[in-house]
Design a protein around this ligand. Sequence first.
Ligand code: NDP
Ligand code: 2IT
Length: 449
Amino acid sequence: MSVHLDEKVAPIYQEVLARNPGETEFHQAVREVLESLGPVLSKYPEFRDSKVIERICEPERQIIFRVPWLDDQNRIQVNRAFRVEFSSVLGPYKGGMRFHPSVYLGIIKFLGFEQIFKNSLTGLPIGGGKGGSDFDPKGKSDAEVMRFCQSFMTELYRHLGEHTDVPAGDIGVGARELGYMFGQYKRITNRYESGVLTGKGLNWGGSLVRKEATGYGATFFAQEMLKARGDSLEGKTCVVSGSGNVAIYTIEKVHQFGGKVVACSDSNGVIFHEKGIDLDLLKQLKEVERRRVKDYASYHKDAIFTENGNIWEIPCQVAFPSATQNEVNGKDAAKLVKNGCIAVSEGANMPTTPEGVEIFLEAKIAYGPAKAANAGGVATSALEMQQNASRDSWDFEYTEKRLQDIMMKIHRSAAETAEEFGTPGNLVNGANIAGFIRVAKAMLAMGVI
Ligand code: NDP
Ligand code: 2IT
């Protein structure tokens, strides 16, 4: 990594490396934020004196627990689960839970750290946290997923609460898993506490637009970036990696804006459909039948499936990385730019490696970093909490308008902050600094906590 760490923050980063050995994704997420903060400490020496950064890098609380459960053959299975409660100065800990075999403490900490600044950027009253488990929902029966979720919640419930910690979904956690978790929470606590989880079903306390929110939000963000350059998504060829919750609703909104998504993917390969992805089919395969993108090709003979293909080699004007961390490396970023990509809006968390980020910034394409571009999901979670607190439910149009306004404000705030700190157009700096300052000021106000 060639970006220079300011001398005021370099020792803090060294300390983070020493105190958190082996947690490479966490190191990467911390470094990316710290690279933006040198000028902030010069402008606000009080942040330095009160060790705001040192404190932010240490989670307020970390919970690691065993999740034993019985599979369909009545064999005992054991998983490990985490909830990292990073920062609660702006509100209750808020952030999703990820079920994926790759999950370990370093991944949950990177996600929780990012979540602090993302949530701050939304302007809403939510702190930052993240959780998850190395449980793999793929290939499990509904009954197995239910028993796992019940065991998971039987331990976690004591740490949650609508004013304490409010989880939601992430990779491998959607409406099915949240339903099982909410049911178990309700049963153990004997409370119908709607605001304890977000992403709930629409008939039991969920909010319209939450399911669509991250993908729609990332698309609104792309549209804002393009608007700032006198352009729009209309007529643009786009590529969206992944085929989960974020990818599906990114494709939907891009199509509504008149763009055309020609490719999506999963961990087995890439589907390319020059006519444009058939979203009804994709939803049926992924949301209803829980199948693979490979199967898409058996319904559309003109679609091409490439096993283990690299989606970033497909020429596009706008790219939406929406699968997982570090899915776009330096080579991929260079290829995208060479092929004429003018905008990247990150639906996934930290999908671009530091080398890739540098290439996008140097090429001066419109680059929307995850903590700004994918904040629509958690922002709509906060809207769900508002509806739960007032025992109300808003209609789709109104909720979507609120989401769009929030995404426009996040874009404006990141763009203005980038300008104020001498790096116009650099939304990485803008998002990191704007997100950080709101948290830092709250920490100063609350004393040494
Ligand atoms: P889903 O589980 O619905 O979908 C994940 C998609 O990404 C699947 O297509 C999956 O393929 C692919 N994927 C996941 N892990 C890997 C991997 N290690 N290698 C290759 N492909 C992978 O998750 P979401 O759509 O909810 O999440 C996608 C991204 O968006 C994540 O980075 C998440 O943190 C982020 N995000 C999600 C939000 C939300 O509201 N859901 C909010 C903000 C960010 P396969 O099925 O083969 O595993
Ligand atoms: O990464 C994220 O912002 C999420 N997975 C959504 C978190 C939330 O609480 O809605």
